[in-house]
Design a protein around this ligand. Structure first.
Ligand code: NAD
Length: 686
């Protein structure tokens, strides 16, 4: 068992759970998220990882599976549990109460039993204001204090009531237990990043998700249940709390429990609300403002069980947990609108699916294969190296790749499809200087550093992807945090690789910079993609016809392939069609721009650098880029049985080879904190 301690979050892929996982990580906790995904999607976890730039342990298990749950508690040093997982739809709970009791109560009993067995006795439980029932039945109970008697009116609320009492009785039986019962009022909004939010798989039960679907055009209008209450506009008053505030309430509860003397137990309820009520129309107006849309609604009769006002008294949480809600309803509406417009169907993304790449027995989420499919073009990408594993245009495979993940990890893999970084191509003597300081790198090719060294980007798992569908294209964004000192490179670097795929092209955008927390302030960055293309169905590229954008290339030493600094012209004109035959080989860096050495080239127009075809079919590949150079390589050194030399060619758009060691070229690749390296590269098929 590792000594690292963890917080287990049940229901960690759900709406509130996912936001709380983010806050836990921001507060320095290590997290194990557990979810059976019955009302959520793994995408939420992938998005959390993308957001916090860290991997999150995730287990797809049902909480009622005692054996599997116990296995997790035996494998890790668990410090405490935040228990979110539950079925939560009030209406549904009246129709299938057995399922609610079974899932919520039996799930909680299983969890508590496993915790007890492993001597983990700290739990934060997601309860609900529903346990109070109709608090207006009493005088002086609005705003609702924690000591308001409980009388839940539906099976869902009753499960919460039972679980609260389960924890209470357990704590009585063993006073070393610590149970924090958090009674939420109405959680709303989404993460301000727009990356995670509520993703109701069915008709939304709550006001704001419903309004969001009206605003985006998925539903015709909002039904307002009664406008004859005694509020300022006749609609009922509720206490709406931003989900990020709510998430922070859990950290406060956890820290409160952790601050207790070691032998002190606890059972305590806290309301998490704002203490400020808003009517249905207040919310409709706030959301209209945020979305800039008039939202159609219809007033219908009162709903059974609805009452005028259910606002929290949150003073106990303020006093004891030092927690208050700080975000406004307006902010929540803006965040929800961002989430909705950027993810109109929540985590469901058209034209996209993923599967686990390596076929190990346990699902390895960090290693997935993502496929984007249009009628003519299908492309698959892996988290490993953010690589392109497969490209099929009109049914024809166009790149060399492996079906088996393991092959990508082989030392003989010539970086098929990979993202190449932190530094593509060669660095002479595996060293460079920045401001007088010399950095020694991994030397992995005849005394030089090639493609970033031994543990370069092609050997790391990128986080994400954030996958999105737009009208006629899809995007996948992967991110990598490359450690300071990895392969000898100074500075911690964050690199974003964004793929945009439509029916006939793949665009790649790179963005890379030194993180704020990096101990070093400058480094060298040069990024490209290493796909090996083959437009024929032959095992060799011979016969391929190509035309390059330039005849000029960097003169290199034939032994080391390092540039002298001179730019020379090819004897044969490569800007006219050339046919590849076994005696025509290339591994040269062609120059398309000799003057603009911007670090971020993304604002420049994509210029064509190569056009390729093969007489055996009518498919044409056009490669365009914003970069000043590209390496054209005919794959002569491939040696990975059964794949033979010249099975594919590469067009690696990028910066000049070894630019970091040439005073007049280094600004192409030398990155200081605060600066951004960027480029674009596109493969178009016709
Ligand atoms: P959610 O449905 O988004 O999240 C609950 C998660 O638990 C889901 O991801 C679901 O897949 C998972 N889950 C359910 N049963 C499971 C099981 N047996 N094993 C493993 N995973 C399981 O709901 P949410 O809005 O994030 O709510 C989280 C908690 O907060 C719930 O306990 C809910 O009752 C409580 N709560 C929610 C609200 C609200 O308005 N959202 C209000 C008060 C209390």
């Amino acid at each position: 068992m590792s000594s690292k301690s963890y917080i287990v979050v049940t229901g960690g892929a759900g709406y509130i759970g996912s936001h709380t996982v983010v806050e836990l990580i921001y507060h320095g906790y290590n997290v194990i998220a557990i979810d059976n995904l019955c009302n959520s999607s793994y995408e939420a976890i992938a998005r959390i990882e993308f957001l916090v730039r860290k991997s999150v342990l995730f287990y797809n298990i049902d909480l009622r599976d005692e054996k599997q749950l116990s296995h997790i508690f035996s494998s890790y040093n668990v410090q405490g549990v935040l228990h979110f997982s539950a079925l939560k739809a009030v209406g549904e709970s009246t129709k299938i109460p057995l399922d609610y009791y079974d899932n919520n109560i039996y799930g909680s009993i299983t969890l508590l039993r496993v915790m007890n067995k492993h001597n983990i006795k700290t739990i934060v439980f997601s309860s609900s204001a529903t346990v109070y029932g109709d608090a207006t039945r009493f005088e002086n109970m609005i705003p609702i204090p924690e000591n308001c008697p409980n009388e839940p009116t539906n099976p869902y609320g009753k499960t919460k009531y039972v679980i609260e009492n389960l924890i209470k009785d357990l704590q009585k039986s063993d006073p070393t237990w610590r149970g924090a019962i958090l009674r939420y009022f109405n959680p709303i909004g989404a993460h301000p990043s727009g990356l995670i939010g509520e993703d109701p798989l069915n008709v939304p039960n709550n006001l704001l998700p419903f309004l969001a679907q009206v605003a985006i055009g998925r539903r015709e209008k909002l039904y307002v249940f009664g406008n004859d209450y005694e509020s300022h506009d006749g609609t009922p008053i509720r206490d709406y709390i931003h989900v990020v505030d709510l998430a922070k309430g859990h950290i406060a509860a956890l820290e409160y429990m952790n601050s207790l003397e070691s032998d002190v137990g606890l059972y305590r309820e806290w309301n998490l609300g704002t203490g400020k009520g808003s009517t249905v129309f207040d919310i409709v107006n706030a959301f209209s403002q945020a979305s800039g849309k008039e939202l159609p609604y219809e007033i219908v009769g009162r709903r059974d069980g609805d009452v005028l006002n259910l606002t929290a008294d949150p003073s106990r949480a303020k006093k004891e947990l030092n927690w208050i809600a700080t975000m406004t309803v307006e902010q929540a509406c803006r965040d929800l609108w961002k989430w909705t417009t950027e993810n109109p169907f929540g985590f469901r993304v058209d034209n996209y699916h993923w599967k686990v790449f390596n076929k190990s027995q346990t699902v390895d989420y960090k290693n997935r294969l993502h496929t984007v499919k249009f009628p003519d073009l299908q492309v698959s990408f892996a988290n490993y190296g953010a690589l392109i594993q497969d490209v099929q245009y009109k049914g024809q495979p166009l790149v060399v790749g492996f079906q088996e993940f393991q092959a990508y990890t082989s030392d003989s893999n010539p970086l098929f499809g990979s993202t190449v970084g932190r530094y593509a191509n060669r660095i002479s003597n595996g060293s460079f200087q920045i401001e007088g300081k010399t950095y020694e790198l991994d030397k992995n090719q005849s005394g030089s550093t090639l493609h970033g060294g031994n543990n370069a980007y092609n050997r790391q798992y990128f986080l994400g992807p954030v996958s999105k569908h737009y009208q006629d294209y899809n995007t996948l964004e992967f991110i990598l945090l490359d450690e300071d000192g990895n392969n000898g490179f100074p500075a911690e670097v964050e690199t974003l690789v964004k793929y945009t795929v439509n029916n006939n092209s793949i665009e790649i955008e790179y963005q890379s910079s030194i993180t704020e927390n990096s101990p070093n302030d400058a480094t060298a960055i040069s990024l490209t993609n290493h796909s090996y293309w083959n437009l024929s169905s032959n095992k060799t590229i011979d016969g391929t016809v190509f035309r390059l954008a330039s005849d000029k290339y960097l003169k290199t030493d034939p032994k080391t392939q390092l540039p002298s600094g001179e730019i020379i012209s090819s004897n044969e004109p490569l800007t006219k069609s050339v046919k590849l035959s076994p005696d025509v080989s290339f591994d040269n860096c062609f120059v398309v721009d000799e003057s603009d050495f911007s670090l971020d080239t993304r604002k420049r127009e994509l210029k064509q650098i190569a056009e390729v075809s093969h007489p055996s079919n009518s498919i044409k590949l056009s490669v365009t880029s914003t970069d000043p150079a590209f390496q054209f390589y005919t794959g002569d050194n491939i040696s990975m049985d059964p794949i033979k030399p010249r099975a594919g060619f590469c067009v690696e758009a990028g910066r000049y080879v070894n630019a970091i060691n040439h005073a007049s070229w280094s600004k192409q690749v030398l990155v200081h904190k605060g600066e951004v390296y960027g480029s674009k590269l596109k493969f178009t098929f016709s």
